[in-house]
Design a protein around this ligand. Structure first.
Ligand SMILES: [Zn+2]
Length: 304
């Protein structure tokens, strides 16, 4: 089997996995790999990634000119070219719309909190590239800001992009992003997200080297010091480190993102109205349907 035929088969396999895991629907998503120094092997436009065959792929040069293939290359080719232009270490690029991660991208919430050690050692933080119209030159411009410092990012109101030293490494980063998004969502639904400390983040960064993980940029756990030092995107408009939200003291010692719920079912509270009054200033209250109905009835009675 030649290298090219193996890479064609690998793209087919990764496409199947993405479709099976619902990272793409219909004809969405695209995949590319370097084929030698100056050529790319890329998925074609308008095909479902779950049903590709090796002969469908296109070969282009690094300027996007089609060199071989019956079909035209992906409509997101410009985004792929932008990555290869700025990251000579990258051998493969994967783009998909995994639903939970894309939900974060739609909500404008980056996955940049120090929550999981394995995510910190592999991807660092996952920023959101600002919204750009898909398939236009705007999208590579948005990606440009983060691609030097990140192997994975969300695309605002669109999806996610991952890159790697080989195709499966890039694909697994897509899995990690979606998995991380699911865990983050559950933690936030539970109302508590304890963060790993800044000191621990620094320790994990040291472990990257020990594990042989090549990260494109260092983790910076302190946005304030980055700004002061002229790092981040301040000077060039291009991120040169991965900014992670991490507290200087352990979360369990008092840093809370969501305040404790007020126990409105406790014996000390006589009515929903009392609960509401008790909650004033606390920022959050949750009522059952029955309690809410009682509150509305109270309000209507007072109006009469
Ligand atoms: Zn897309």
């Amino acid at each position: 089997m030649t290298i090219e035929s193996r890479l064609r088969a690998d793209i087919v396999e990764v496409g199947r996995r993405m479709y099976a895991r619902e990272y793409t629907d219909a004809n969405a998503g695209n995949i590319s790999v370097r084929l030698g120094a100056d050529r790319l092997l890329m998925t074609p436009k308008n095909v479902c990634k779950g049903f590709m065959t090796p002969d469908m792929m296109c070969i282009t040069d690094l300027d996007g000119r089609k060199l071989q293939g019956d079909r035209d290359p992906s409509t997101e080719m410009l985004m792929h070219l932008e990555v290869y232009r700025h990251r000579p270490d990258v051998q493969a690029v994967v783009h998909a719309h995994p639903p939970t991660a894309t939900g974060f991208a739609v909500a404008g919430i980056p996955l940049d909190r120090a929550v999981l050690a394995e995510v910190l050692t592999t991807l660092g933080s996952i920023p959101i590239a600002e919204y750009a119209t898909p398939s236009t030159a705007e999208l590579p411009e948005a990606v440009h800001k983060y691609i030097k410092a990140h192997d994975g990012m969300l695309l605002a109101n669109h999806g996610a992009l991952t890159v790697g030293p080989d195709l499966f490494a890039a694909y697994y980063k897509m899995e990690t992003i979606e998995h991380f998004a699911k865990i983050s969502l559950v933690a936030r639904m539970l109302g508590r997200e304890n963060l790993i400390t800044r000191q621990e983040v620094e320790r994990l960064q040291g472990l990257r080297g020990m594990y042989g993980i090549k990260a494109p940029a260092p983790i910076c756990a302190d946005p304030a010091s980055v700004d002061a030092g002229g790092g981040s995107t301040a000077a060039t408009g291009v991120a040169d480190c991965q900014i992670v939200q991490a507290p200087s003291v352990p979360s369990s010692s008092g840093t809370r993102l969501v305040p404790d719920l007020i126990d409105i079912r406790g014996g000390s509270i006589r009515s929903a109205g009392d609960a509401l009054r008790q909650a004033q200033g606390e920022g959050e209250i949750r009522l059952t349907y029955r309690e809410l109905s009682a509150l509305i009835e109270d309000a209507i009675r007072n109006l009469r």
